[in-house]
Each structure stands twice: as C-alpha cells, then as structure tokens.
Design a protein around this ligand. Structure first.
Ligand SMILES: Nc1ncnc2c1ncn2[C@@H]1O[C@H](COP(=O)(O)OP(=O)(O)OP(=O)(O)O)[C@@H](O)[C@H]1O
Ligand SMILES: [Mg+2]
Length: 261
C-alpha cells in the first residue's frame, strides 16, 4: 500500500532528532490519541505519514480540548504526575523535556517591552515560579494548524518540534488564543466549554485548573505569539480577547496554589 508522505526539513540534525524523540515518546504513552506514523528519519529530514483532512476551526474546540486532556492524562500516568514542571523531565532514555519556566522567562520579559499586556514583569515571574505547584502537564504547540480532523481517525496531532512541561491549562490557553487570532472573536462560553471538556478528560476537578489560570496563560501566549501577527494570524488578541482586561488583572493578582494531583 502506498502511503502519502509529509516531509519536514529541520535546520539542524539535533532539531530533527529532538522532534523524532518527542514523537516516539508521545506515541508510547498509550493515550488512545492519533498521531501520524514517523516513516523515516534521515539527518535533517523527518518523513511522516500524510494525514488528510481540514485543520481545526472554532467549532472543533471541545473535541481538541478533550484530546489534549486525554494526552495529559496519559503523560501523568507515565510519571508526569510526580514531575516538578520547572525542572527537566527524562524521556525514557531518549532525551529530556525542558521545564516550563526556563525556556520562556527571558522571551516573556523581552516581549513585555514591545507588546502591551495586562501582566507586569513581576506577575510573569510570580506565575512562572508558582507553576511548580500546579498540576503538571505537557506543552505541545496547540495552535489550530497542528490538529488535523481526519474523517476516519478524529483529531490527529501533528508537529512534534516543541515539547516541554507546562501547567495544566497552558496548552488549552494557546488553543483559545491562536484560534481567536486565526478566525476572529470567540465567546467566553467557547473557552468555558473547552475547559470543561479538557479537565474532564484530564481527570482533574475544576479547582485544579480554574478559568482564571486560562485567562492568565492566555496573556503569556499573547506575549509569545504577537510576533506572528500578520503572518499566521490576522486578529490581535488585544482586540478579540473575550473578557475585559480588569478581569485578568484580578485573576493574575495571586497565583492560587492548586493541588498537584
Ligand atoms: N503529517 C501531516 N500530514 C498532513 N499535514 C500535515 C502533517 N504534519 C503537518 N501538517 C500540516 O502542515 C503544517 C506545517 O507543518 P508543521 O506544523 O509541522 O510545521 P510548522 O513549522 O509548525 O508550520 P506552521 O506554523 O505553519 O504550522 C501543519 O500546520 C499542518 O497543517
Ligand atoms: Mg505547526
């Protein structure tokens, strides 16, 4: 049988190797989710099975949110439940995942000097540090282009370049922000419904990942994603954000301690 190929070229062999390791680890989690098969790895090129179907749209948010929760549930069963998310996490002999705060702190502070945000540098640092106390999960870039809705397989997650630890909810916030930046305003109810689907499949109570956390993490993504406005995205989060900024200021004031499991 012929399999159509999706070929991806990386800048360095190390980057290709890291993406291949991420794919191997994710597919070994027995999450029940669908990923493209990695057919071939040569130097700076990975060849994946080509997945047919459209990429995600706003109506798909609950399905994707459920899938992301399912992925974290499996990762937590495979040791992430005990991880300190601001420390590296070993991947069964195939490299490590970076912690949440270290690769982001400097970029967030740099972005604060160019992008208007309801967050201050002090709040960014407080939330990065407090993340250690939040339920641990993964961050795999959750923009809507990275989910293909296959007729036969449901949501298929593609793009294995970035994988780090992150607090539960961080990837969902990315999905909400980048979906709005791609398609225009979402309602608050879109985000509430998505969070419900996410926490249910993750197996966490609503208190472990409150809506206020999604609002704060959304501002992290606003800072980190703004450089791609005009390239992948046509709507500025500042103009499509479904809630007022004073609500974020209040949500961000105290990073709530939530149970880690
Ligand atoms: N295996 C695959 N089969 C079909 N399409 C794919 C596959 N992998 C990725 N794609 C599509 O190609 C796009 C680009 O691939 P990928 O996400 O890996 O690269 P990228 O550098 O992150 O680019 P982008 O930012 O445009 O998503 C994806 O957004 C997805 O829509
Ligand atoms: Mg991508």
């Amino acid at each position: 049988m012929n399999t159509d190929v999706f070929r991806k070229h990386y800048r360095t062999p190390d980057a290709a190797h890291a993406a291949a390791n991420h794919h191997t680890w994710l597919t070994g989690l027995d999450s029940g989710l669908s990923f493209p098969t990695l057919l071939r790895h040569r130097d700076t090129t990975l060849e994946f099975e080509h997945i047919s179907g459209p990429t995600a749209e706003p109506a798909d948010l609950p399905v994707i949110a459920r899938a992301l929760g399912q992925l974290h549930h499996a990762a937590r069963r495979h040791g992430m439940i005990h991880a300190d998310i601001n420390q590296p996490f070993p991947l069964n002999g195939s490299g490590t995942l970076a912690g949440f705060a270290p690769p982001r702190r400097e970029r967030l502070h740099a972005a604060l000097s160019t992008t208007r945000s309801p967050l201050s540098g002090e709040l960014v640092d407080a939330w990065l540090d407090a993340a250690t106390h939040f339920p641990g999960a993964l961050y795999k870039d959750a923009n809507p282009r990275n989910v293909i809705l296959s007729d036969s397989r449901g949501p298929v997650l593609v793009d294995f370049d970035t994988l780090t630890l992150a607090p539960a909810g961080y990837d969902l916030a990315k999905l909400v922000v980048t979906t709005a930046m791609t398609f225009g305003p979402l309602t608050r109810q879109h985000a509430v419904n998505a969070l419900h689907a996410y926490t249910t499949s993750l197996g966490l109570g609503q208190n472990a990942c409150p809506f206020g956390h999604i609002q704060v993490w959304a501002e992290f993504h606003h800072l980190l994603t703004s450089p791609w406005l005009g390239c992948h995205y046509t709507h500025d989060w500042a103009t499509v954000r479904p809630w007022p900024t004073d609500e974020i200021a209040s949500a961000a004031r105290t990073p709530t301690n939530t149970p880690r499991s």
